[in-house]
Design a protein around this ligand. Structure first.
Ligand SMILES: *Cc1c(COP(=O)(O)O)cnc(C)c1O
Length: 364
């Protein structure tokens, strides 16, 4: 049986590392949930047992994120990518304009789907600088009375992150938080809608979290396809059809873990410390070069380059051999990317920093 001692350092951008206590509890109870005698994979989603699992996951998620009572929490499928379509299909009425702040490849994909639905205004983009930074407030060209303003809070490919929410006036702020959800305190009341594929910070792939302010549900047109309507999913408590039962169960364990860690304040401080250690190493000597502007640096995905592509290839090969997996960067940036989500442990950070120092000694 695999134990924690066989685990290597997993820097994958997603699906990504999960808390060991979560995996252990799921493993312990996989064959039979205590007192139930069946696996969570085998029970009806209409059973009392699953209803309780769903209710507990939602309650713990609301507690962890301090989600106000006028927001619905939905557990959907189709990933963040389906939200690229559902957001405009539900919230962008004919004749209205949606503002998009384009900070990376995922934002571009969100724009592409919204353009199929209605009018999109690119209110800011840092594409001409290869997305090395987040736009400044004074660069935003927002539409008066926009249907909503869409941001990507953390840019998984480019290693940038909004340090705080932009000011967008009265328009509902819609955020793709897939890669930094619950990595720091979040003031949900600043948003109209938040969505995240679970597989980076919240659980396994296959479940998508949506948090939507209740008044926005009135925008879902009755003519929408049933499965694409937020209003339908909200009315049915995420149980219009069979929900992703195992993903919801596991997300529940991750929420319980987050509360035990001390909540988002503690998790946020821990993430700051972890990221600061790696950035300090990147900045120390000039051998490594961070690709993101300092003021826009992500605490979740740390992107950096080496003096040559040759050395980068060697770094990937040798780090992998040393048990540091998944450090090769996305092709749109090149170089390295260390994804260090909530569950990524301190030992892994220390192992990376030591490896970087050794590598520089040998090759610098
Ligand atoms: C991973 C990611 C996505 C895509 O998520 P899927 O669940 O695979 O559709 C979208 N946005 C961001 C910011 C991501 O990091």
């Amino acid at each position: 049986m695999a134990t924690t001692t066989h685990r290597i350092h997993n820097f994958s951008a997603g699906p990504a590392v999960l808390p060991v206590p979560v995996l252990e509890e799921a493993q312990r109870n996989l064959v039979a949930l205590p007192g139930v005698g069946m696996s969570v994979l085998e029970i009806s989603h209409r059973s009392k047992t699953f209803e309780d699992i769903l209710a507990k996951t939602e309650a713990d998620l609301r507690a962890l994120g301090k989600v106000p009572s006028n927001y619905k929490v939905l557990f959907l499928q189709g990933g963040a990518s389906l939200q690229f379509s559902m957001v405009p299909l539900n919230l962008l009425a004919a004749g209205a304009t949606a503002d998009y702040l384009v900070t990376g490849g995922w934002a571009q994909k969100a724009v592409k789907e919204a353009q199929r639905v209605g009018t999109v205004n690119i209110a800011a983009s840092t594409e001409s600088e290869n997305f090395t930074r987040i736009p400044r407030q004074d660069e935003l060209k927002l539409t008066a009375n926009a249907a909503y303003v869409h941001i990507t809070t953390n840019n998984t490919l480019f290693g940038t992150e909004w340090p705080s929410e932009p000011k967008v006036g009265e328009a509902p702020l819609v955020a793709d938080t897939s890669s930094d959800m619950f990595s720091r305190p979040i003031d949900v009341s600043k948003y109209g809608l938040i969505y995240a594929g679970a597989q980076k910070n919240l659980g396994p792939s296959g479940v998508t979290l949506v948090i939507i302010r209740e008044d926005l549900l009135a925008r879902s047109s009755k003519s929408l396809h049933t499965m694409l309507s937020y209003a339908v999913h909200a009315e049915n408590g995420s149980m219009y059809n069979t929900p992703p039962c195992f993903g919801i169960y596991l997300m529940g364990l991750v929420m319980k873990w987050g509360l035990a860690e001390g909540g988002l304040d503690a998790i946020g401080k821990h993430n700051e410390r972890k990221a600061a250690k790696v950035y300090a190493e990147i900045d120390r000597s000039g051998f490594y070069r961070g690709t993101a502007d300092k003021a826009s640096r992500s605490r979740m995905n740390i992107t950096f380059r080496l003096p040559s592509e040759e050395l980068e290839k060697t770094f990937v090969k040798e780090s992998t051999a040393a048990g540091l997996d998944g450090l090769k960067g996305h092709r749109s940036v090149g170089g390295m990317r260390a994804s260090i989500y909530n569950a990524f442990p301190d030992e892994g950070i220390d192992a990376l920093v030591s490896f970087m120092q050794e590598f520089e000694k040998k090759n610098g």
